[in-house]
Each structure stands twice: as structure tokens, then as C-alpha cells.
Design a protein around this ligand. Structure first.
Ligand SMILES: [Zn+2]
Length: 140
């Protein structure tokens, strides 16, 4: 069976994923700032204000048990927002965003959810408990 273990994502690793998509689209997403935050509800976001920037939740991206596929999908999802904004001036999860997703290989699904994790079949009960514990610790 394929090794599906995740890893700790650094800014450089995320940037190189973005660079791979830039190579396909001809855009310059890799030039934008990449930030981390401790957000529990959003895995990532793209903010279009100013030059724009990406934010990713360190709760997931710094968790080596979080599946690699989920991380890559999150980066592509946010990139599709960037692309949609650049090419069509749109935000949100409309048709042009879904088209962008298809081009960069992201699931054209508005919100990352437990359903996707279940689709991957990767999140064992043990990992889920570890994450819940971590989330509680962060609330203190
Ligand atoms: Zn989105």
C-alpha cells in the first residue's frame, strides 16, 4: 500500500506546490505571501486585498498525521480562488472557480469537510481523537 502519511508543511513546501500550478497557468501565485494561523474552522484562505496572500491553518499543516492529499487539495483549492480572482475577477465558489479547480486538480467542493477525509479513508479513530485533544489544548 502506498504511503499516505502526511508531513509538516513549511512555507517553502507550500510555495513549491503553488509554483507547480503557476507553471500550468502562467500566473504568479508563488510571489504572494504565505502565512500560517491557528484557525480550527478554515484550513486555508486566499485574501485578495492588496497584492493578495494565502493563509493556512498550522493546526493541520503542522500536523504530520494530517493526510498529504488533504494538504495538497487545500493548497489547490486556495490557489483556484486566486486564479478565479485574477482571471475572472470573481470570489466565492461559483462556476469560474470550479473551472479553475478542474485546471489545477482541486476537488471543486466549496468547503473541505469530514466527508473528504472519509473519502480518503485516512482518518482513523485514533488520529481523530489526537486532533480533538489538540484542538482543546489550543482553546485554553
Ligand atoms: Zn473556498
Amino acid at each position: 500500500m502506498e504511503d499516505r502519511a502526511g508531513k509538516i508543511w513549511t512555507e517553502e513546501m507550500i510555495r513549491s506546490e503553488i509554483m507547480g500550478m503557476d507553471n500550468k497557468t502562467g500566473l504568479k501565485g508563488a510571489d504572494l505571501p504565505i502565512k500560517f494561523n491557528p484557525d480550527k474552522s478554515a484550513l486555508g484562505s486566499y485574501c485578495w486585498q492588496g497584492e493578495g496572500y494565502f493563509t493556512f491553518s498550522e493546526l493541520f499543516f503542522k500536523d504530520p498525521e494530517w493526510p498529504l492529499e488533504a494538504a495538497i487539495n487545500t493548497i489547490r483549492h486556495e490557489y483556484a480562488h486566486y486564479m478565479d480572482r485574477k482571471l475572472y475577477g470573481h470570489c466565492g465558489h461559483g462556476k469560474t472557480w470550479r473551472d479553475c479547480c478542474m485546471q489545477v486538480g482541486a476537488f471543486p467542493i466549496a468547503c473541505y469537510s469530514r466527508e473528504i477525509e472519509e473519502f480518503f479513508g485516512l482518518l482513523s479513530e485514533k488520529k481523530r481523537k489526537t486532533r480533538e485533544r489538540k484542538e482543546q489544548e489550543m482553546e485554553r
